[in-house]
Design a protein around this ligand. Structure first.
Ligand SMILES: Cc1cc2nc3c(=O)[nH]c(=O)nc-3n(C[C@H](O)[C@H](O)[C@H](O)COP(=O)(O)O)c2cc1C
Length: 244
């Protein structure tokens, strides 16, 4: 094990803070395709899942395969939600199509069903755990790809069940793999990793509680270069005070 360190001063926290949704993406990549595969494999191997069920699945689509995915999304949206397609989806889809690749994140329902059957007491929580673990996978891959110079944004075109079916059929995926999200990525088109609009932050008071800590013992300004942190002070809670 490595020596304990100040976590907020490590590259891990810097990467967490710097991660953004980047939408202006080109169809190029600053890293090799095999490297993208390595990163995804690492995340699939090392990200936790409930009872170590390892139900996460990932499918990496690059270049023409990536374009085929978004053509499929366009066809399905046009056929199933024509008004929304005309109003906004067609333009959004064109933007995603212009990128380099998409990683599909899925969850294997067979593995989850075995888990549910094994632990009768907790079984009803398995779907929530599946979502939580999938989110962790998505977050790690997103943050890692950005560290390597790839802009990313996270999509959920599985809001259309027909899209999920079409994707499964097109790439011959097992019926038990349920599509959760699509992580779109590529080199930022103007070379700069920028947010479309500035992210705002709600005050931490009432969102992260430590009721039995002395307020003046907590430094919530540990990432003080963020101007929205300027007015943050230590928690003003007294023991027993709740949220909201
Ligand atoms: C669970 C989850 C679902 C999201 N779904 C979408 C989505 O469907 N489309 C999209 O463009 N962004 C999506 N996002 C991105 C968020 O809108 C974005 O992370 C948030 O506004 C903060 O901006 P940032 O990513 O630049 O920090 C999602 C993020 C999370 C965590």
């Amino acid at each position: 094990m490595s020596q304990p360190m100040k976590a907020t001063e490590t590259p891990l926290f810097t990467a967490a803070k710097d991660r953004i949704s980047c939408y202006q993406l080109s169809d190029t990549s600053p890293v090799r395709d095999s490297r993208i595969h390595e990163i995804v494999g690492f995340a699939v191997k090392h990200t936790p899942s409930s009872f170590n069920v390892q139900s996460a699945r990932a499918v990496i689509l690059l270049k023409d395969e990536h374009k085929a995915l978004w053509d499929l999304a366009d066809d399905v949206a046009k056929a199933t939600v024509p008004e929304a397609h005309e109003k906004m989806l067609a333009k959004m889809i064109q933007g995603f199509r212009a990128a380099y690749g998409t990683i599909l994140l899925l969850e294997d329902q067979d593995s989850l069903e075995s888990l549910r059957a094994k632990y009768a007491l907790f079984g009803h929580l398995v779907p929530e755990w599946s979502e939580a673990s999938s989110g962790m996978h998505q977050y790690l891959i997103w943050t890692a790809l950005q560290l390597e110079g790839l802009g990313c944004n996270l999509q959920h075109f599985n809001f259309m069940p027909e899209f999920t079916d079409a994707v499964r059929e097109r790439w011959d995926l097992p019926k038990t793999w349920e599509l959760k999200s699509q992580l779109v990525f590529g080199a930022p088109s103007d070379g700069r990793m920028v947010r479309k609009r500035e992210r705002t932050y709600l005050p931490l008071e009432g969102r992260s509680l430590a009721p039995y800590l002395r307020p003046d013992s907590v430094n919530l300004n540990s990432d003080a270069d963020d101007p929205s942190d300027a007015g943050r002070t230590a928690y003003q809670l007294s023991p027993g005070q709740g949220v909201g």
